[in-house]
Design a protein around this ligand. Structure first.
Ligand code: SF4
Length: 312
């Protein structure tokens, strides 16, 4: 396989957005007041062991305000910076398809009615979707951009049980396949470095998700944040934790990309939680773009690219 990406060693999200919209597009996070079945007792009350909602929301995104108000506030914040840009509403906090179908429809339509909003991205769990919801989403899109991002996190069921995720990898496969079949853009979210997983597991994830009909992928490092169950586990013993020193993580990402299907668009490699919440790994506040530059430099040095070791 050869490198077919222009000037880039991976299939990058910014180029995809420019190809799709002809210009830069800013995502505006929306907190629509959803909860999560893994917190409210439907699946469990314990939540995923790393979950804290404190790290999720930018200042303009407050569930007390309507979807329209949050989007308008976000647009007012970003528009002076980039005059010509378009926007995508990003239903980000908790599980954004967990609700009554009419209520969901109302919220999504409200987002699409805001001037400048060209579509929306919905973050959700793979066990909180069904054909009826997908058809509603498809039908209201009317030419606007729609994507559903599923939190898969791992392809290994043993890990999913350990992190109290409350769903299996097969449920991720089913949700992704149904979404793609209905003709909606599908994204996946993965975490590298979950307790008990090692390098071979990370590359196994790359190979497994490469078989899925996904358009986009967000991958990030596991973060041990304060006031989580994961923090308790970490403080008791670090035995189960992969060494996420930044230089190790960069090498893992490089190899992960080598195994990844080159058709998958990669949106990010890192998560940026507030510095004062992070217990491990401490990367001294490195930003997403800085990590991307480091990955790029390493891939150039090693003369490698996404999909180099991908096997169909
Ligand atoms: S699915 Fe998301 S919101 Fe729900 S418990 Fe897990 S991390 Fe938290």
């Amino acid at each position: 396989m050869t490198n077919t990406f222009k000037n880039m060693p991976w299939n990058d999200y910014s180029s995809y957005i420019k190809r799709t919209f002809g210009q830069r597009v800013q995502k505006i996070s929306v907190n629509a007041g959803f909860t999560c079945p893994n917190r409210d007792g439907k699946i469990s009350k314990g939540a995923c062991i790393y979950c804290t909602n404190k790290s999720f929301s930018p200042f303009y995104c407050n569930s007390g305000a309507s979807v329209r108000e949050q989007l308008e506030k976000g647009i007012a914040f970003f528009s002076p910076k980039y005059k010509t840009q378009k926007y995508l509403a990003y239903f980000q906090s908790f599980t954004n398809t967990y609700g009554d179908i009419d209520y969901l429809k109302k919220l999504y339509l409200e987002a699409l009615s805001v001037e400048g909003v060209e579509g929306f991205v919905i973050a959700t769990r793979p066990d909180c979707i069904d054909e009826d919801k997908l058809m509603i989403i498809k039908n209201i899109s009317k030419g606007k951009y729609i994507s559903i991002e599923y939190g898969a996190e791992s392809t290994i069921d043993k890990t999913l049980v350990f992190i109290n995720r409350g769903h299996s990898y097969q449920q991720t496969i089913d949700a992704v396949e149904l979404t793609a079949k209905i003709g909606i853009n599908t994204g996946l979210h993965m975490i590298l470095g979950l307790p008990g997983e090692n390098e071979e597991d990370f590359y196994h994830h790359a190979k497994e998700i490469s078989k899925l009909p996904i358009n986009t992928l967000k991958v990030h490092q596991m973060q041990v944040l304060k006031e989580t169950k994961l923090a308790q586990i970490y403080n008791e013993s670090t035995e189960l934790f992969f060494d996420l020193k930044l230089e190790n993580y960069i090498l893992v990402i490089v190899k992960f990309l080598e195994f990844l299907n080159p058709n998958i668009i990669v949106e990010r490699f890192t998560s940026e939680s507030p510095k004062d919440m992070i217990i491990y790994p401490d990367w001294k506040g490195k930003k997403n773009f800085e990590i991307s530059h480091m990955v790029m430099a390493k891939m150039k040095e090693l003369d490698t690219y996404q999909g180099k070791r991908f096997v169909k």
